[in-house]
Design a protein around this ligand. Structure first.
Ligand SMILES: Cc1cc2nc3c(=O)[nH]c(=O)nc-3n(C[C@H](O)[C@H](O)[C@H](O)COP(=O)(O)O)c2cc1C
Length: 198
């Protein structure tokens, strides 16, 4: 089932797929790499590398993140009700590795704290979103936080993002494809969905 050339008969009946089969497929979903930050009850900065980040709507601007419940970052987000999402540039790989390691996440990392909830906003990033939690949904051993975007900034006007694919960090090939066309699948009005003016 997990081999790329093995044939599986699609069916919605029966038990869940094997975790290993799921991982073998989902790791081929190419993602941008982010760092999610928040703050603990005692005011300590917390943060983790994450690829489970998704836009939800533009009006109002909302996004979601899925964090392991036992992580320090998920605990901080639950306690403060706020978090920041940072899009990493390709040059930020060492920060991605640092924030996915066991400790010392913020060692040598430049950031400033929001005055109210003490959320660290990292300096050397491609762009960032500052979010207030609107909903949280426990799912298996993760919590999905839906955040309303209060502030955001694209810091790099010629972005070169850090990507993750098949357990490796990757770089976007510059100008490899012509521009996307037919970006209005949702009709003539901007209803705030990806695809229209996104
Ligand atoms: C490329 C990459 C992507 C990751 N994405 C996620 C994610 O989306 N959600 C998650 O809970 N953990 C994710 N992790 C794992 C966390 O970064 C890791 O468990 C981290 O050490 C948790 O830190 P904390 O306990 O201090 O919050 C990812 C790790 C890597 C290397």
């Amino acid at each position: 089932m997990s081999q790329p050339d093995a044939k599986a008969t699609p069916s919605v009946a029966g038990a869940s797929a094997e975790a290993s089969a799921f991982r073998d497929v989902i790791r081929h979903l190419a993602s941008g790499v982010t760092i999610i930050t928040s703050s603990s009850k005692s005011g300590e900065p917390v943060g983790m590398t994450a690829t489970a980040v998704c836009s939800v709507s533009a009006m109002p601007p909302m996004l979601l993140v899925s964090l392991t419940t036992s992580s320090h970052t998920a605990q901080g987000v639950m306690e403060t009700g706020a978090f920041a999402v940072h899009l990493l540039p390709h040059s930020g790989r060492k920060h991605a590795e640092q924030f996915a390691s066991r400790n010392l996440h913020f060692q040598g990392v430049k950031y400033e704290l929001t005055p109210d909830k003490q959320i660290p906003v990292l300096t050397d990033v491609l762009g960032w979103f500052l979010c207030q939690v609107e909903q949280s949904l426990p799912v298996a051993d993760h919590v999905i936080f839906v955040g309303r975007v209060l502030q955001c900034e694209l810091k790099d006007k010629s972005p070169d993002p850090l990507l993750y694919f098949d357990r490796s960090y990757r770089k976007l090939a510059p100008g490899a494809e012509p521009g996307a066309e037919n970006l209005e699948p949702w009709g003539s009005q901007d209803v705030g969905l990806p695809g229209f003016g996104w």
